[in-house]
Design a binder for this molecule. Structure first.
Ligand SMILES: [Ca+2]
Length: 380
């Protein structure tokens, strides 16, 4: 098992390190915006991670709608049958079987604007005894697979364990919605938000990907179940990501993220490696900031590492000598109701995790869950 170099747990930082507590950056979102995020990520930012079980309980709001009367649906059928050679009647039958899910529309709505960010509350939802215990059992059981993924893709076991734990508590909450119902609902009846058009385009593409995936694997698309955003299996991949990034990792020649934890492990590592992960690179460094300097302009500059160590220093970021001058960084702030804001320099590896879910609160929770499980594992 590799340890993650330089990442100091927040809990170990003395309060005196935080020289400045500032509301700067409060206007910036840690959630996915309308970008073509890989998953239905805008629904999965730190304030919107709702319990899929609750959602499933609402599924009785499903109703049949005559989608075939909708112009946009007819256009979609034209397009997909031409582009991918699907039989029109098959597609029409899909839309006859699909149900509109009001619960999905409600769940996908972004949280109310202005809700205070609270890192401690967010973290505590994921770094908690039930998840740590399940994570230990998962790590023990799939230790060889995790080691193989670490060697092949350079992604440490604790990051893979952290992601699968935050996503589904190791397969416990993979979602009970029929994927075509979710995707048809969101592709054609997305709620009225400013980014509605781009989100509908995104879900139409995911619907196409789900159909291709089902055809390639000889399965009925309605046999696929997933989250209220259409994410599938232990690692919650959207259909397009399944086709692009998932791998067979148990050697049965099939990719099955719903029933094969090994496939989930390999696929998470494959995903990160294709999104800029570099083996042995540190993730993040806790820093402090000098009051009144330009560092606040560096917050909210996108989920990427684009500033040098020198640029950070010139903007008033104070950092330990151990921060390499050779890497690029992004500055992130974790806001809290009761405690001072925490500032970190985050590297490309940190931001690779945000490609999974476009929130740096999410990435930090993944890291801390993995660390917590790793500590328990070493302490036994
Ligand atoms: Ca497999």
């Amino acid at each position: 098992m590799k340890t993650l170099p330089f990442l100091v747990a927040l809990a170990t930082l003395p309060a005196s390190l935080f020289l400045h507590s500032s509301p700067a950056g409060a206007g910036q979102s840690t959630q996915a915006s309308g970008t073509a995020a890989k998953k239905g990520a805008m629904a999965k930012g730190h304030a919107a991670k709702r319990n899929p079980q609750t959602a499933a309980a609402d599924a009785d709001t499903a109703e049949f709608i005559n989608f075939l009367q909708w112009r946009a649906v007819v256009d979609f059928i034209d397009e997909v049958s031409t582009a991918h050679g699907f039989d029109r009647e098959e597609l029409e039958s899909l839309f006859r079987r699909a149900q509109y899910l009001d619960s999905v529309v409600r769940l996908i709505n972004p949280p109310p604007v202005g809700k205070a960010k609270n890192w401690t509350a967010y973290r505590d939802r994921f770094v908690e005894p039930r998840r740590v215990k399940a994570g230990l059992a998962f790590w023990d059981r799939y230790e060889d697979t995790l080691r193989r993924a670490e060697e092949e893709f350079g992604v440490p076991a604790e990051i893979i364990v952290g992601i699968i734990g935050v996503e589904t508590i190791y397969g416990q909450t993979t979602g009970k919605f029929r994927v075509p119902d979710v995707l048809v609902t969101l592709a054609f009846a997305y709620p009225d938000t400013p980014n509605r058009a781009s989100r509908m385009a995104y879900f139409r593409e995911e619907l196409t990907q789900a159909l291709l995936y089902a055809r390639e694997n000889g399965i009925d698309p309605f046999s696929l179940s997933g989250s209220y955003a259409g994410a599938i299996g232990w690692p919650q991949f959207m259909p397009g990501s399944v086709r692009k990034f998932a791998v067979d990792y148990d050697g049965d020649q099939k990719i099955d993220l719903r029933n094969s934890p090994q496939d989930a492990i390999g696929s998470v590592a494959s995903f990160l490696s294709k999104h800029g992960w570099t083996a042995d690179r540190p993730l993040a460094f806790p820093v402090h900031v000098t009051p009144g300097q330009r560092w606040s302009e560096l917050i909210g500059q996108g989920l990427e590492a684009k500033f040098s160590r020198t640029q950070m220093e010139e903007a008033g970021v104070l950092m330990p000598d151990t921060v390499p001058a050779t890497l690029r960084y992004g500055l992130i702030d974790l806001e809290d109701d009761l405690r001072p804001v925490q500032y970190w320099l985050a590297t490309d590896n940190f931001f690779a995790i945000t490609r999974y879910n476009r929130s740096y609160y999410y990435a930090m929770a993944v890291i801390e869950l993995g660390q917590a499980i790793s500590r328990h594992k070493s302490a036994r």
